[in-house]
Write a protein that binds this ligand. Structure first.
Ligand SMILES: *Cc1c(COP(=O)(O)O)cnc(C)c1O
Length: 396
């Protein structure tokens, strides 16, 4: 190894470890379901994004196996050579149906979808107005485009309007985009899309909504844009297939022209092998399940509301979540980590989330109830929360 690299790695790893910022990863020894097995220990799992339980759904497992039997385990090429299987076309048609748009394009992940789609449309002569709490993949996608990034205060519509006015009136930019998460993953609050769309209309901004945590959850399943009835107003409805949909991948839904352009200009579509057959078939079926029935969606909300009410009653600060995402805000980073560790010792897996993922002094344990949890599991989790909360003097 180059001496300079060796030194760089040793110095930086040691520094992280000394500061307690080095993340130790616990391998999961089975499905990431309502319960989870780590280190031989079975725990109630409140940390997955498997909102609807679809990642571990038996019917979807069968569908994936059948697709593997017919097509194999890999797609064999990038989409633009001969890696577009009929399965991918079906998936994209289903996505457009689900989202209520003319067309859709699928990517290998939500992360690379943001890298792909933003930079396919925006360049160094453009500007992007970006909510300060937007996801890392949006931040990286914006950087890659080389457009001027103008951050606005979180969900602050006056700040957005002022910055949109300034950017458009300056005459410095060819195009201006506004980009936001639909649901913010650390607090569970929802973007003010009706106001964002109104401001976008006033200043002719391109609108881009990343609905990674909204798809399957908001709008009876179809997402935050649908929830507000704005499918025709939002230019990019971006989302992931890895959270509520339970598999892996990302997508953009929009007009036929937008999708046609992304198919010739988004680099992961042209230069990275397409989604595997098993994944693609399972995703398409998962979308069909969500189109056919809101049962899983309804159960998710019922469980989310139940857990929230229980934690609130115990006296925990659960912030302003408007979705099933249920943060338990403790503040101090060390206390948050200690709390999470004690929860897991008592059989509840809920990860601590601290700076830099959230601002300093707002450390939290984030709970992700899903449709797959039973009332008994949630009751048991609440019992453990009460015990550990009293022990660490967080609640009375
Ligand atoms: C998780 C997430 C992504 C990335 O999606 P993956 O499919 O996991 O790559 C993108 N945007 C937001 C807002 C997310 O929460």
């Amino acid at each position: 190894m180059a001496k300079i690299l060796n030194q760089f790695l040793k110095d930086n790893l040691n520094e992280l470890k000394e500061q307690g910022l080095y993340n130790e990863i616990d391998p999961v020894e089975g499905p990431n379901g309502a319960t989870i097995k780590i280190g031989g220990k079975e725990m109630i799992n409140l940390s997955s994004n498997n909102y609807l339980g679809l990642a571990t759904n038996d019917h979807l497992k069968e569908i994936a196996k059948k697709a593997i039997d017919h097509y194999g385990v890999g797609a064999g090429a990038v989409r633009t050579i001969n890696g577009t299987l009929d399965l991918h076309v079906k998936l994209e048609d289903k996505l457009a149906e689900f989202k209520g748009t003319e067309a859709a394009i699928a990517f290998q992940s939500g992360f690379n979808c943001n890298m792909a789609a933003i930079s396919a449309v925006m360049d160094k002569n453009d500007a992007i107005l970006s909510d300060e709490l937007n996801h890392a993949s949006i931040i990286d996608g914006c950087r890659l485009s080389r457009a001027k990034v103008i951050r606005f205060n979180h969900s602050d519509m006056e700040d957005l309007r002022a910055k949109a006015k300034e950017a458009t009136e300056s005459g410095q930019y060819n195009k201006v985009m506004v980009i936001t998460d639909g649901v913010f993953s650390m607090d569970g609050d929802v973007a003010k899309l009706p106001e964002i769309v109104e401001i976008a209309k006033e200043f002719d901004l391109i609108t881009y909504v990343d609905d990674a945590h909204g798809s399957g959850v908001m709008g009876k399943g179809a997402g935050t844009v649908k929830h507000f009835g704005l499918a025709k107003e939002v230019d990019f409805q971006m989302g992931t297939l890895s959270k509520a949909i339970g598999v892996v991948g990302g997508y953009v839904a929009g007009t036929q022209d937008l999708i046609d352009w992304l198919k010739v200009r988004s680099r992961p579509f042209l230069f990275s092998t397409s989604l595997t057959p098993g994944d693609t078939a399972a995703i398409t079926e998962a979308l069909q399940m969500l189109i056919d029935s809101t049962e899983l969606h309804d159960k998710l909300w019922e469980n989310g509301d139940y857990l929230k009410a229980g934690l609130k009653k115990l006296g925990f600060n659960i912030g302003d979540s408007a979705t099933p995402i249920t943060p338990c805000i403790l503040g101090d980073e060390k206390l948050t980590q200690q709390f999470s560790k004690r929860l897991s010792e008592e059989g509840v897996y809920a990860k601590s989330i601290v700076f830099p993922t959230v601002p300093r002094g707002t450390g939290r344990v984030r709970n992700m109830p899903t449709a797959a949890h039973s009332k008994e599991m949630l009751d048991e989790a609440l019992t453990v929360y009460e015990k550990v909360g009293k022990e660490l003097k967080i609640i009375q």
